[in-house]
Ligand binder design. Structure first.
Ligand SMILES: C=C(O[C@@H]1C=C(C(=O)O)C=C[C@H]1O)C(=O)O
Length: 421
């Protein structure tokens, strides 16, 4: 485990200053060309984080929770917007799907500057040792579209992947396990380093109803919220069960109606809802789980969706709750440990941070953690390459070719952004 406090605070306490600012326009326009930066944006709201005051590389959400608790106790915060959700110093994180079986590290980073918008109100927070300079940073220069993007295949061929799906269907039919989410990857290589800000812009433009994220070389736009904790209320948007234009040759409303009636998708969805509801229950004084899912329509796919809500005490912070909920059956399977073992034995893929929690936590434990789906990872040592990931929930009625097509539909947002859609 590696904890880095980048600013030298010595024995001094950290000083954070938050000021209300005039609307600065699209937040992503403040992301600099180089240096650490983060973003978490949905429908124009959320934040960008610039620079890094402290960084913690870890394996677990629990360790990150303890670290942030200690760091946040060292911060004195002067705020023009006290008590407002998401406003103030925060830690932004990206966690591996399975720390026991990944070469990648999880990371929690504390930006030096945060520029945010919520409910139409905008602010800037700066973290430093003495008086903070509160001048807004200059907006960025032009971003660079990917040059010469080419698909260079994934860790497994499509035939190998559908073969694995077939094996998992057999395990499910022989009652060894109920549901397993299997993923595949696709590498894209460009002729020049990939400008993640360009990809983020395209995702924000094309998929405004998703949470667009940028943390530590990973960029994506996910529709799935593991949890939001706001003033003692916790909300989780569970997705599982998917259709896409072309899957049955039908369009729009008809497709949505078919999804809402599909027994295969409803059972796949129920596993995911049950896993989140059961994991959340011990932390909640009261909980609401809707009886039937709704349909969430995105430009590339539609999902069955259930919003679970609950009331938690002050002792349950967003990171601790994320630790309890991850990995849900939306991205792992049922029962969890059996599904995890099957994924690690059969999937032949290091998921890295794909399908892990991505989000932020504030000083009072409020926060939002999404699931890092529909994204790709660029590594510092190969800036021209991006690894994209997509998965699908496998149940007894799954057809390997249809599951493959589902993963293709889920890769569309990133391929489009890379100029390959
Ligand atoms: C695994 C992914 O998506 C998850 C799996 C879904 C499904 O199997 O229907 C739907 C939404 C997500 O919970 C992915 O996007 O890679």
């Amino acid at each position: 485990m590696l904890a880095k406090v980048i600013l030298d605070f010595g024995s001094a306490r950290m000083r954070a200053t938050t000021v209300a600012i005039d609307d600065p326009g699209p937040l992503e326009r403040f992301l600099p060309e180089s240096g650490p930066s983060t973003a978490f944006i949905r429908r124009g709201e959320g934040f960008v984080g610039l620079g890094e005051a402290a960084r913690f590389e870890t394996d677990t959400l629990e360790a990150a929770d303890v670290w942030w608790e200690e760091i946040s106790q060292q911060i004195d915060h002067d705020s023009e917007m006290p008590g407002e959700f998401g406003v103030g110093p925060l830690a932004v994180g990206l966690f591996t799907f399975d720390p026991d079986r990944s070469e990648e590290r999880s990371v929690l980073t504390v930006p030096q500057t945060v520029i945010g918008r919520r409910g139409g109100r905008c602010w800037m927070t700066r973290l430093g040792v003495s008086h903070n300079d509160m001048a807004l940073p200059p907006p960025r220069g032009p971003v660079q579209a990917p040059v010469g993007s080419t698909r260079i295949g994934g860790s497994m061929s499509e035939d190998v992947w559908t073969g694995i799906v077939g094996e998992v269907v057999s395990l499910i039919r022989s009652d060894e396990v109920a549901k397993v989410v299997l993923a595949r990857d696709l590498r894209v290589r460009a002729d020049e380093p990939i400008d993640l800000r360009f990809l983020l812009d395209r995702l924000i433009e094309n998929y405004p109803m998703t949470w667009a994220y940028l943390v530590d070389g990973m960029v994506g736009a996910t529709p799935e919220l593991l949890l939001r904790r706001q003033d003692g209320l916790v909300t989780s948007r569970v997705l599982a069960g998917t259709v896409w234009q072309g899957s049955e040759g039908h369009e729009g409303r008809q497709l949505a109606a078919e999804l809402a009636r599909s027994e295969k998708d409803i059972s796949e969805h129920e596993f995911a809802v049950t896993s989140v509801a059961e994991a959340l229950a011990p932390y909640c004084h009261a909980m609401n789980v809707p009886d039937a899912p709704s349909v969430l329509r995105l430009p590339n796919v539609m999902h069955l969706a259930t919003d679970i809500t609950g009331v938690v005490g002050p002792e349950s912070g967003a990171l601790g709750l994320a630790a309890a909920l991850h990995p849900s059956a939306a991205v792992c399977g049922t029962p969890t440990h059996l599904a995890l073992d099957i994924i690690s034995e059969l999937e032949s893929l290091d998921r890295g941070r794909y399908a892990g929690p991505v989000g932020w936590v504030g000083m009072n434990g409020d926060g939002e953690w999404a699931i890092a789906l529909r994204g790709g990872q660029v590594r510092a040592d190969s800036p021209n390459d991006i690894q994209l990931f997509a998965g699908a929930g496998i149940v007894a009625d799954s057809d390997p070719q249809i599951e493959l097509a589902e993963t293709d539909a889920k890769l569309v947002p990133m391929l489009q952004a890379l100029g390959l859609g």
